[in-house]
Design a protein around this ligand. Sequence first.
Ligand code: ATP
Length: 363
Amino acid sequence: MAQVILKDVVKNYGDVYAVNHVSLTVEDGEFVALVGPSGCGKTTTLNLVAGLIPMSGGTVSIGDRDVTDLDPKDRDIAMVFQNYALYPQKSVYKNLAFPLQMRKLPKEEIDKRVQAAAKTLDIVHLLERKPRELSGGQQQRVALGRALVREPRAFLMDEPLSNLDAKLRVQMRSEIKRFHQDLNATIIYVTHDQLEAVTMSDKMAVMNGGFLQQYDSPANVFANPVNMFVASFVGSPAMSLVPLTAASKDGRVVLTGPEGWEMPLSDANGRKALSAKSSKVVLGGRHSTIKVHKSQVPGSVPGKVYTVEPTGDVTFAQVFVSGAVVNVSVAPTFQLRPDEPVFLEFDQDRMHLFDGETEMALR
Ligand code: ATP
């Protein structure tokens, strides 16, 4: 397996920059998820690594080779697509063997690799079947097998689970993760599903509008999002963001809501709030860090319950605070009613503050 390095990669179609000066290093054996909303440039980035489309600028190297000008077939990578692209008339065995026959490998070598891949993916008993005689999950495994037999230096996967139903997707998620661990494979995996990225990857590259927003481990992206986009994209329910005003008052920094309520900040948060370009500061909080009270406690902010969603283990609710929606969670025994007034206490050690003008995290 190999390291994959993108340096200052650009792809534009006229004025549309699908990929805008993206640089990132995927270490040997690492599982990296390219994640972001529709149109953010993740598939284009993957296709540039594969060599399926010409680059407008920058370089790609795989292992110690600059592959920028090489054809896809010479890059030593294997792709797995969402539609599997299996040959319907060929048996599973022949589907696996075909890419190796094209490369004119000896028959014994082909058989050895097909059997080994089939064993790894637990599809030995399916080798004589045709793709139409397989379930979605089995077809997905054959598609993985066809990539595996090529013994590539990196696997590129484009939404490989998106055609599967929800339950199978969760199952295949852990199978692909296992595949990665067992083979110590370098994998670049495109998904629009932040949960897939968080649960499967060693690192996630969060993209928006062609730009790489943040590239870090899921835990760090979750704990320290660099800006409001990343904060609201990663995590479910999303981090809530409340636009407020910061001001110094009696030697402390307070956040004020448009209705006039005040929330004093800790010294550390106060310093962050004052480092914003202007008095506009956005308060961010994840549901697990916000306490819901029925009456005012010091430092809490007033809100009004909008919706209540019991899920069994936990009840989620949406609360309006100064015109913004705040996601909270409470124990199922804690009764909440729509339109009920409540008070939210944000954990000072785990709250996030963003610059209201630049949308960047205040640190
Ligand atoms: P999705 O999840 O919807 O597949 P994506 O993040 O993979 O989205 P890309 O397919 O990489 O997004 O597209 C990025 C941007 O580039 C989009 O704005 C898209 O419209 C544009 N784009 C992609 N291919 C072309 C093309 N051949 N011509 C013009 N614009 C293109």
